[in-house]
Design a protein around this ligand. Structure first.
Ligand code: PAF
Length: 283
């Protein structure tokens, strides 16, 4: 399988492609690819001429207790899946090329990074923004494709692109789901059969809140309570947040107004597996 490890090499491929008027699409990943990632690669292929997929498990977005070493790694399998879905090049840099000894720069996208995921994983978005800024600088893509499954990450990255003037178009692709609605995620493989059955409750909770909104509910606390009540039906679930906010900036007004774009956000543990999901609704 063909991997590009060197920064200079992938940059040259990208620059040469652009010199030849080819549009370069980029999908950053940490590997453990599933259908959700593959849909991002397929989308990139649809709207660009050359697709670069990076596979890099970024240590800066893991906290000490989050077991970076246990993160699933199978480069050959991931590369095969990525190529089959339309990737033209796989960039899999070495850790010391990305973070050489003495590396000391980090990027924080303030405010939007601070609530929800940021509250429970304070290290996370700094690590994501830092590695994405580095990857964008290396790959110099015309466009990037990210998944809605990590909705707050999408907001953080599009703000990063805007604030740092990266000449990159940001595309968000819808979440790919299992037949019971569970969002595809590399963490789903850690669910036991029983937990897997119970995990569908996240999607049901989102659907119930959506239904209440469509019937006229606009009180944010009531909408949140609907999700909490549903999730509590599974006793193995520990909720971190099940909350609604304005989709553009994650602010949390007391009431939503007609025309507001609202995002419902859930993060919870099902026993030891952390699951997140979201849904966007226009009031
Ligand atoms: O979503 C992910 O897989 C990661 O956060 C990303 C964007 C590849 C950065 O490491």
């Amino acid at each position: 399988m063909n991997f590009i490890e060197k920064i200079e090499e992938i940059r040259e491929i990208s620059r040469n492609s652009k010199k030849n008027n080819l549009k370069v699409g980029f999908v950053p990943t940490m590997g453990a690819l599933h259908q959700g990632h593959l849909s991002l690669i397929e989308k990139a292929k649809e709207i660009s001429d050359i697709v670069i997929v990076s596979i890099f498990v970024n240590p800066k977005q893991f906290a000490a207790h989050e077991d970076l070493d246990k993160y699933p790694r199978d480069l050959e399998k991931d590369a095969k899946l990525a190529y089959e879905s339309g990737a033209d090049f796989i960039f899999s840099p070495n850790i010391l090329d990305i973070y050489p000894v003495g590396y000391s720069t980090s990027i924080n996208v303030n405010v939007i990074s601070e609530s929800f995921e940021g509250e429970f994983r304070p290290h996370f978005f700094g690590g994501v923004a830092t590695v994405c800024a580095k990857l964008f600088t290396i790959v110099e893509p015309d466009l990037v494709v990210f998944g809605q499954k990590d909705y707050q990450q999408c907001l953080v990255i599009s703000k990063l692109i805007k604030d740092l003037h990266f000449p990159i178009e940001f595309i968000m692709e819808p979440t790919v789901r299992e037949s019971d609605g569970l969002a595809k995620s590399s963490r789903n493989q850690y669910l036991s059969k029983d937990e897997r059955q119970k995990s569908g409750i996240l999607f049901i909770a989102l659907e119930e809140a959506k239904k209440a909104i469509s019937l006229g509910e606009s009180d944010r606390k009531i909408i949140n309570a609907i999700m909490h009540k549903k999730l509590r039906e599974v006793k193995e679930i520990r909720i971190e947040y099940a909350s609604s906010a304005l989709a553009d900036d994650l602010s949390q007004p007391e009431f939503f107004l007609k025309g507001d774009k609202v995002v419902l956000l859930i993060a919870c543990y099902l026993n030891k597996v952390r699951l997140i999901d979201n849904m966007i609704i226009t009031i």
